[in-house]
Every structure is written in C-alpha cells, then in structure tokens.
Ligand binder design. Structure first.
Ligand SMILES: Cc1ncc(COP(=O)(O)O)c(C=O)c1O
Length: 485
C-alpha cells in the first residue's frame, strides 16, 4: 500500500520512528505478541526524534524565566522558541495571539471558560457530538445549547444555523470540536466560524482530535473564517509529556484576573494588592512543564516535515480499508459515516458486535489479539446516547440504575482509532480476531474472562496473566511486565 507520506518516506520508515512499535504483550496462552495500538484517539505514542530531542535537552534543563545561571538561560530561550514554533504551526499571529500552556485540552477549555467573563443569561452554543471536556466547563458559566446531529453522527448544520439565528443576541461563544472522538466526523470549522462571525460571535475549536490528522490554521483575524480560540493536547500529537495549549487573542487574556493565581502570574505583589503579569505568564501559574513544551514543539516540527496533508491521505485510505473490512463482519454494526469522501471523517471508527458487551469485546481483542482499543462512551455520553437511539426516559432509568450500583457500566461502543503508523496488516488481524469472537457465544468467552472491579474492565480468569496491583509491585523484572515499578 502506498503511504503517500512524501517521496522518500515509506510506512516502514515511519514505523521505525515510533517508540514502542515492537513492544510485545502477553496473551491468553502465555505467548507474547507484538502489541497493535488502535487507540490513538486516546493518546498517541511518542516518536524517536521527539525522545532524542528531550534527551538532548535534559542536561540543560533548569528553571525557566527565573534563574540567571547559564542552564536557566538555555532553558528559557529554548522554552520561548518552542512557544513561537507551536504558534507558527497553527498559524497564530505573534502580535495578535497568545499561546498559553497547561496540561491538556480539558484544562485549556476550563481556563477559557473561567476567563471569558460571562454574564447571567449568556449562552454557549456547542454541539451534541462534544467530548465532556467541551461541554461541562461551559455548563458552569453559561447556559449551554447544542446543535443537533444526524443519525450517522454528522453535525446537523441546519440546526446549528437555526440556533445561531434564534439566539445570537445571547450567544457569547460557539464552542465545537474539530473532529469527533466517537465517529471521527470532521466539522467544517472555517465555514461555521464564518457563520458565527456574521453575528460577531467568537469561535473556539476543540482541536484535541483533529490536530494530529489535519492542518489547523487559525487564519488572520480579519478573515471572516478565522478561528478565535484553539485548544489541543500534546499527548494526542506524539508528545505524551503532559502539555496542552490554549491559543486566543491576547487582549482577551489581558482583561481580568487569572483562574489560578500564584508564582509566575504577577508583576508586583504587596501585602494589600497585586498587579498581574502580561499574558501568557498571567495564565500559567507555577513552574511550567518545560520538557512537555519542548517535546510538543519537536513533535509538531516532525508533523510539518511529514506534511499533515500527506498524513491525511494515508489515513484516509487506511480508514477506507478498515471500514471495508469491518463492513464484512455480519454481526458488526458500524456507527458514523461509512465513507471518507471529502475528507470529512478521521480514522476513528466505533462499532458494536450484536449480542456482545462492548467491554467484553475490547478485552477479547486485548487478551486474544494483543490489540489495544477502547470501549464505553469515550467521555461523550450524550452523543453515544443519541447514536444508540436511547430516549430520555431510558437514559434517566440508566442513570438511576448506574448511581444505585445496579449496573457495572453504561451501554456503549467499541472504538478503534488509527494513526499515521498503522498498517493494513494490523487491520486484517483486527478483522480476523473479531471473526473469532463472533464464532463463539458471549457465554463461552465469559468462561475465560471475568470483570475486575479495580481495573474496571474484563481480565483473564487465569491469574498469571492478570495485572493486579500487587503483581505490578512484586514481579519486578519478571519479563512479563516492563519491571518499571
Ligand atoms: C474531542 C476531544 N476533546 C477533548 C478531549 C480531552 O483531551 P484531554 O484528555 O487531553 O484533556 C479529548 C480526549 O479524548 C477529545 O477526544
């Protein structure tokens, strides 16, 4: 299969750069197999050049912005250069935008919610496909209204337009995901921004899912299609070192006081008063995650080299292949769009196997196929409820049964999520393992697997292959586990 990742790069070259690509994991029969990671929407692995960069920097690591020693100066200059690099990657204008570092997208959105100075009666227009991280923060500060979705999970654009036109006087922000972490649906963020700007309403894009798969450009603030605010996570961009980013107009953050206060946020403090520092320092309380920021800048430089357009093309053909393979499994019901035409979907594919609990399917894939997927509601419960066609009464009943401890977990789906280094061979193995699951009843599989309350998932009944906490501590260097604890 052609990768399309630039003239000189093959899929195997890319794979050689992925840390842990050959990691083996134990399966049901005690054998160890190469782990297949189909859970990239949760977190991506890091890349060797990112790791090399971090290791090369560590001897210079020191406190930034506060030390006068040579290492501090090197750290400060590198940290500031990384901020500039990250701004460039997203087309931010250094005179207009500010790049604020935090730990992840969730924190970035919470920061924005706390800083927008909402008034009673203000509304935030979001969508029904949002991750909880782009829903719950807004509930705290405003009335949240949601544009609906179609049956296949695509955004109902007409409903969004209707709600904008009906409530535009009260809507203070349109907050929507660049792409869904359940169906992979890609929103047309620039045309939605143009719609919102028509009413002078700013737009925030939750770029957590989109950023590793499509280029995101904020565009000039004079362009009606520009994005006002962007939130992303480093760990979904091959930089799992604990960094998130919020980008927005500097003037917004010059106003008001920061959400978190303390060291680094001030220019002057007296026993009775405080003058806040200028953004971004004002909104980055405490010592920053220098390594995380450098890792993210390094990862983005690699994505730039590879070209996100090339990555998108490769992932599109991989997604088509996955949809075709999964579509051939009789008991499997796919959710979301079945096509990748117009590049309107990422390789995030959710499905269910008729008659099998989602958590059971995920566990069999792990313990029999060595495949990492995710199951459940993926922190997007309202969207999943909608996709599953659960009416409000059923949802209320479920809520009651869940809070009274009657059910272990909510109805949900199994999700695979692809990345630039996944291969058709891995998808063949997935399809084969799913066929094997279907060849036996759930009761058969439950003879081999049991629910584990601590881990909140199914594990093998064979104790040797379970990972209870005491095993993690006792079996140091046993070969079964990494021996890092
Ligand atoms: C669309 C979307 N938004 C927000 C988040 C939250 O990201 P984080 O956990 O890095 O804060 C996720 C994580 O899966 C996501 O997929």
């Amino acid at each position: 299969m052609s990768l399309g990742l630039g003239r000189y790069l093959s899929l195997s070259t890319i794979r050689q750069q992925v840390v842990g690509i050959n990691q083996k994991v134990p399966i049901y029969n005690g054998q160890r197999v190469r782990y297949i990671n189909l859970d990239n929407a949760a977190s991506t692995p890091t890349l060797k050049p990112v790791l090399d960069h971090v290791l090369a920097f560590l001897p210079w690591y020191s406190a930034v912005h506060r030390g006068s020693g040579y290492k501090s100066l090197v750290s400060t200059v590198t940290y500031d250069a990384a901020r500039t690099r990250i701004a460039q990657f997203f087309g931010a204008d250094p005179d207009y935008h500010v790049v604020i570092f935090g730990k992840n997208t969730t924190e970035a959105i919470n920061t924005l919610a706390a800083r927008l100075q909402f008034e009673p009666g203000d509304m935030v227009l979001t969508t029904l496909m949002e991750h909880h991280s782009n829903d719950l923060p807004w509930r705290r500060v405003a009335k949240v209204i949601r544009a609906d979705v179609h049956e296949d999970g695509a955004l109902d654009r007409d409903d969004l337009e209707r709600k904008l036109s009906l409530h535009h006087r009260r809507i203070r922000l349109v907050a929507l995901s660049g792409a869904s972490n359940v169906t992979g649906w890609v929103n047309d963020i620039h045309s939605i921004a143009a719609l919102a700007h028509h009413y002078n309403i700013p737009v925030m894009v939750d770029g957590a899912q989109l950023a590793a798969h499509r280029p995101i450009n904020l565009l000039s603030p004079n362009d009606p299609r520009h994005i006002d605010f962007l939130a992303i996570s480093g760990h979904k961009l091959y930089a799992p070192f604990g960094t998130g980013v919020l980008i927005g107009p500097r003037h917004v953050f010059e106003r008001g006081s920061p959400e978190f206060v303390g060291g680094g946020t001030v220019s002057l403090v007296t026993p009775l008063g405080v003058e806040w520092a200028m953004p971004p320092a004002k909104d980055e309380a405490g010592s920053p995650n220098v390594i995380g920021v450098i890792a993210l800048a390094s990862a983005l430089a690699i994505l730039d080299d590879l070209g996100l357009d090339n990555i998108a093309l490769h992932e599109q053909s991989l997604t088509d292949y996955a949809l075709m393979q999964l579509g051939q499994i009789a008991k499997l019901k796919l959710y979301g769009s079945k096509k990748t035409q117009d590049m309107n979907r990422l390789g995030v594919i959710s499905f269910e196997l008729e008659g099998y609990d989602h958590a059971l399917v995920a566990a069999i894939l792990a313990f029999y196929g060595g495949i990492g997927v995710r199951s459940g509601c993926f922190c997007a419960q309202p969207y999943i409820q909608r996709l599953l066609g659960l009416d409000p009464i059923t949802v209320a009943r479920l809520r009651h049964r869940h809070s009274s401890g009657e059910i272990k977990y909510l109805p949900g789906l199994v999700r695979i999520s692809l990345s630039m280094y996944n291969t058709p061979g891995e998808l063949n193995h997935l399809a084969k393992t799913l066929q094997e699951i279907c060849a036996h009843s759930p009761a058969y599989w439950l003879q081999h697997l049991r629910w584990d309350d601590d881990l909140q998932c199914y594990v093998l009944r064979d104790q040797r292959l379970v990972l209870p906490k005491q095993l993690l501590f006792q079996r140091r260097g046993s070969g079964l586990l990494p021996g890092i604890l």
